[in-house]
Write a protein that binds this ligand. Structure first.
Ligand SMILES: [Zn+2]
Length: 219
């Protein structure tokens, strides 16, 4: 069976399963959406946003680009932000990076890796600047993979920081004290998410909640 035939067939099976567990689900989703969160993640095929959080259709409004970046001058991500914040009125924005990110690795490696990919190269400009600024710190890590994973975290924090300074976000904070901003990193090797940073609507940096709920979950 061809790959695309399998996808179409699996879609039938998925829709049947969904209806079996929740007979009204598609009628309800057809009426409209009210997602609680905007997810800004990487395009990487190994980081499927809904699946890794067990989220249902309708719960996450999703934007993905290489290395999960926010550019104010990028009409794609800016329009998603505007719609999510001002029309859907999401309560949370999650920026989710992942360890072993190819986009981040290309920016860390430098050299010729991006020469044949001019659009990707331009898109990653802000990551390359971040890498240049933090080069002395990165050189304390022996392995390239450790440098990449460190920049993955720095990059997530930088995106949350950038969001916290955007008019779209600060206007919304003033009007309705939302959305809160969350920086997460997904670990490909374990399948687990980790919280890197959080910003509450007053602009204050909140203590990541993960440690306390992990302790609670561990019982
Ligand atoms: Zn990636």
């Amino acid at each position: 069976m061809q790959f695309f035939d399998r996808l179409l067939l699996e879609n039938r099976a998925w829709a049947d399963d969904m209806k079996a567990s929740d007979p009204e689900i598609f009628q309800r989703l057809h009426q409209g959406q009210s997602p609680a969160a905007l997810w800004i993640g990487c395009c990487d095929s190994r980081v499927p946003a809904e699946q890794i959080c067990n989220a249902k259709p309708g719960e996450l409004f999703i934007h993905r680009n290489i290395a999960n970046l926010v550019h104010e001058d990028d009409a794609n991500v800016s329009s998603v932000l505007e719609y999510a914040i001002n029309a859907l009125k999401v309560d949370h924005i999650i920026v989710c990076g992942h360890r072993g990110c190819g986009g981040i690795q290309a920016a860390v490696s430098g050299g010729d890796a991006l020469q044949a990919l001019p659009y990707v190269d331009r898109h990653l400009g802000q990551v390359k600047r971040l890498v240049a600024e933090r080069r002395p710190e990165l050189e304390t890590f022996a392995a390239l993979s450790e440098q990449v994973d460190h920049v993955v975290e720095l990059n997530v924090s930088a995106q949350v920081e950038r969001l916290s300074g955007m008019r779209l976000v600060t206007d919304s904070w003033r009007e309705r004290r939302a959305p809160s901003l969350h920086g997460w990193v997904y670990d490909l090797a374990s399948g687990l998410l980790e919280e890197v940073c959080r910003r509450d609507p007053d602009g204050a940096e909140a203590e990541p909640a993960q440690q306390s709920w992990l302790r609670a979950a561990a019982g």
